[in-house]
Design a protein around this ligand. Structure first.
Ligand code: AMP
Length: 564
């Protein structure tokens, strides 16, 4: 690839990456996307290969690297104003046209004349990102990012913005990047997928593939594996059809997913999005120190009081609190409920059957506040139904159904873990705001904010946002109507007259400070556009409160406290 200015090290440039990215975006053929990316990766300099593969996967830093760029939307807009000289109105108009940070950046910079740009290599970009992540204060970060974008051509800047916002939007799902790595280096696609699954890192997998050493891929201590996920099923019969007659049933706990690594004197807790959350739960990390083996566990952190699992909102007061004080820890004690073990000492267990992993988990005799998920081994759909009815009676969201012979597949929503959920009531709400959609939904107001009525008044209180569930034709119709009833246009968000009534389905109601109502819905989705209902007929805040408190009052979840 290109020679670096000044020395004869070979480098791959960001401009080359952008060209490859644009070519990939242009074709809708998956095969062609894979071919183009494979061609690019095969010719990328080895020192930049891991970065390039990661960038095409939408990541910036390696797995297990806890740095982040910490550049939010507002900071990025400020940088964009500095570098492009565009005013608020021009930035808003560009947003409306593109709904994409990369395209907005590219367009605004292409309008500036006589810019003094300088080629950026992938290596340079990596260094710039590292410096930005290492900046101590926001002002320093903004200055560093401004300097980087000032150097960049509009095309380079477009990709820098895409990477910063972690949205490449060139139609590359991670599976395609894995395929491209396989094609580039003549490896088996399944071997590349497995390496990504184990190391969590496309970059590392690309390097191993290039070196012909994919078999060496293994989980590493203190690099969190992605969580295994569950596939939803409609009923017990479907579960049995997929899993067979022998099914393992656990409660579906409602806390936060957490992977626990304990090795020697070190313990770390990782959230589902792979962030290190150790400092928030000292009682869990302390207990893990008392385990007799090194372990990697999968489980959930739950608020737990008087022998009962508390609802999610109780746990919320603990979230984000680093080094909680004694008062908070007493008010909201937590437990860690483990349902899986991925490594014990240096033995990797993920390929072993769940039956064996559970036995190894039970053998750990975990000390309080560590506990085990309550497991029942059932046979046939009727028994699952009974367990499901029990869970519903205890106001739980549902059950997890697992195949006892299955392996642990990190990051995969496989068919060996199924979830069976309680269908909750729906709420009729009114739309009070809307945002322009992204990707396929670009150019339509597909994301709506909605509200319920405050009892006995005309006031509305927002309770959530949703963007799925309507047909394309309905979205187009709704966009036209939303434009018509706009009260204020804030660029990417607009306030609208409360005229559109929707029926919203959801998984749970929670207390929340995010919305004016004091509640939030979990996984809200639009069930129906209620053309037949008037705004005066929507649901009220007291109905929401009733739903939330019924769940809080009556919910019981079972955990097994083996070592307590
Ligand atoms: P969902 O978030 O609806 O896709 O459901 C999957 C989530 O359920 C997982 O990410 C876990 O956080 C959670 N979960 C609760 N109980 C269990 C369990 N017994 N086994 C596995 N996952 C569970």
């Amino acid at each position: 690839m290109a020679a670096a200015g000044g020395d004869d090290r070979r480098v791959t440039t960001l401009a080359e990456l952008a060209r490859a990215g644009d070519a990939i975006a242009k074709t809708s053929s998956k095969l062609e996307k894979v071919r183009l990316l494979a061609q690019f990766l095969a010719t990328t300099e080895e020192a930049e290969l891991a970065q390039a593969a990661r960038y095409f996967g939408g990541g910036v830093f390696p797995a297990g690297d806890e740095r982040t760029l910490q550049v939010g939307g507002a900071a990025f807009s400020a940088v964009l104003r500095n570098v492009s000289g565009a005013d608020e109105a021009a930035i808003r108009a560009a947003w409306r046209r593109h709904s994409d940070a990369g395209d907005v950046t590219g367009e605004l910079l292409s309008r500036v004349e006589d810019r003094d740009t300088e080629p950026i290599s992938i290596r340079d970009l990596g260094q710039a990102f590292a410096t930005i992540a290492g900046a101590r204060v926001a002002r320093e970060r903004t200055a560093l990012l401004t300097a980087l974008l000032e150097r960049a051509s509009p095309d380079e800047a477009r990709y820098i913005a895409k990477l910063i916002t972690a949205e490449l939007r060139i139609g590359l799902r991670e599976g395609l990047v894995e395929e491209a790595v396989a094609v580039a280096f003549g490896a088996e696609p399944a071997a590349v997928s497995r390496a990504v699954m184990l190391t969590g890192d496309l970059g590392e997998a690309a390097l191993l593939a290039k070196a012909g050493r994919l078999d060496d891929a293994a989980p590493r201590w203190f690099v969190p594996l992605r969580s295994m996920l569950a596939t939803p099923v409609a009923d017990a019969a479907e579960a049995v059809a997929r899993l067979g007659e022998d099914v393992w049933v656990e409660d579906k706990y409602d806390g936060i997913r957490c992977q626990l690594h304990r090795r020697g004197a070190d313990v770390a807790l990782y959230s589902r999005d792979l962030k290190n959350i150790s400092a928030q739960f000292p009682e869990v990390t302390d207990a893990a120190m008392h385990l007799h083996s090194d372990v990697m566990l999968d489980g959930e952190i739950l608020a737990f009081h008087d022998g009962r699992v508390m609802p999610f909102h109780a746990l919320q007061t603990r979230l984000g609190r680093i080094a909680p004080d004694a008062a908070v820890m007493t008010a909201v004690p937590v437990i860690y409920v483990a349902w899986d073990v991925l490594m014990v000492d240096d033995e990797v267990l993920i390929d072993h059957p769940l039956r064996e992993r559970r036995a190894r988990l039970e053998a750990l005799a975990v000390p309080h506040p560590l506990a085990l998920a309550h497991l029942e081994r059932v046979r046939g759909a009727a028994e699952i139904d009974r367990r499901f009815d029990d869970a519903r009676a205890r106001f739980n969201e549902g059950l997890l159904l697992k195949q006892p012979e299955s392996q642990y597949t990190p990051g995969r929503r496989g068919l060996n873990w199924l979830k069976l959920k309680r269908p909750l009531d729906t709420l009729d709400v009114v739309v009070v705001g809307a945002e322009w959609g992204h990707g396929k939904r670009r150019g339509v107001l597909s994301d709506v904010t909605f509200a319920v009525r405050v009892d006995g008044t005309d006031q509305l209180a927002t309770i959530g946002k949703a963007y799925t569930g309507l047909t394309d034709a309905e979205i187009a119709e709704m966009t036209a109507l939303l434009l018509d009833i706009t009260v204020a246009d804030h660029g990417h968000y607009r306030t609208v007259e409360p005229r559109i009534v929707l029926e919203i389905a959801f998984d749970a109601v929670q207390f929340s400070v995010r919305h004016k109502s004091g509640f939030a819905l979990r996984f809200p989705r639009i069930a129906r556009w209620r053309h037949d209902k008037a705004t005066s007929e929507i649901d009220t805040l007291s109905r929401v409160r009733d739903l939330a408190t019924a769940i809080e009052r009556d919910r019981v979840q079972l955990v097994d406290q083996t070592g307590a």
